[in-house]
Design a protein around this ligand. Structure first.
Ligand SMILES: [Zn+2]
Ligand SMILES: [Zn+2]
Length: 295
């Protein structure tokens, strides 16, 4: 299995629009491990379409508990379980992740109990373990190292960027964050920085269309980064490739890839990918994986 990143869901926020993109989730295949980062709505469909077997679900990381990052965590694992998952799954998430998982299992108690008896399945509640993490080292196992950095996403305080390293390769996820300069140090020399991004002109159009415009505008600018700010982090970190995802707006027909590229090129001249659902980014140096799109 060659290392790759698949952007399963690329939009910011929980809303769905006709034929629009899904909220945030990403598949990272690194060093033979299958790693899911965030579980917004659509993650299960995205993994299946990316050719990933649900039966081999292994490590899941949740960056914070906003619903566009966690809503489908339970349904993903439950669907994998009904598909024949029989090996342990570990969920790493901020404080509160264990509560989510316990409540999910309670909500599905009828179905879980009946399938154990009727279909002879292992107990999903013993297959899954939840590890709640804070800033610092999250996991160091078989050459895979994962570290977390608390980022700036008010009013959420437990929101973490994540860095994955294996055999000299490194991928960093910003999670949701306002412009946060310490992220550049955390992402230093990474092969890929996956950073959230807003397009300023698009946000103004979004705010104008929304009833509660002033409040929304205030939240977005206090809690998220503009594309050019993501570019500054990538430049200061000297990463090999910047991937913009969690796009806001992601479903405005007046906003196209050229607009995102124009914004980020003010601060970043290196390799660049603008996320789209299902897009694959290779991690094998100069050789691009099939389906990879660069700009
Ligand atoms: Zn989000
Ligand atoms: Zn968020």
């Amino acid at each position: 299995m060659s290392d790759r990143l698949v952007l399963l869901g690329s939009k910011g926020g929980p809303a769905l629009r006709p034929r629009g993109p899904w909220p945030t989730s990403t598949l990272l295949e690194l060093g033979g491990r299958t790693i899911v980062v965030d579980c917004g709505l659509g993650v299960t469909r995205g993994l299946v379409d990316a050719g990933s077997s649900l039966k081999t679900l292994d490590l899941i990381f949740i960056t914070h508990l906003h619903s566009d990052h966690v809503l489908e965590l339970g349904p993903l694992i439950h669907t994998a379980w009904t598909a024949g998952l029989a090996s342990p799954v570990r969920i790493y998430g901020p404080p509160g992740t264990g509560h989510y998982w316990q409540c999910f299992c309670q909500a599905l108690e009828f179905d879980i109990e009946i399938r154990i008896v009727d279909e002879g399945r292992p107990d999903i509640r013993t297959l899954v373990t939840v590890e709640e993490f804070a800033e610092g080292l999250v996991l160091d196992e078989h050459g895979l190292m994962v570290t977390a950095l608390r980022v700036e996403h008010p009013p959420v305080t437990d929101c973490f960027a994540l860095r994955f390293e294996h055999d000299g390769r490194s991928v960093v996820f910003s999670s949701d964050t306002a412009f946060f300069p310490p992220l550049a140090g955390f992402a230093k020399e990474a092969d890929i920085l996956v950073h959230e991004a807003m397009l300023e002109s698009g946000v103004e159009r979004l705010v104008a269309r929304t009833g509660n415009g002033a409040r929304l505008r205030e939240h977005l600018f206090a809690s998220h980064s503009l594309a050019e700010e993501a570019g500054r982090i990538a430049r200061d970190a000297n990463v090999r490739r910047l991937v913009l995802t969690h796009l806001i707006p992601a479903d405005d027909p007046a906003v196209g890839e050229a607009d995102w590229i124009a914004a980020v090129r003010k601060t970043w001249s290196g390799d660049l990918t603008i996320a789209r659902d299902g897009l694959v980014v290779g991690l094998s140096g100069a050789k691009a994986a099939s389906g990879e799109e660069t700009a």
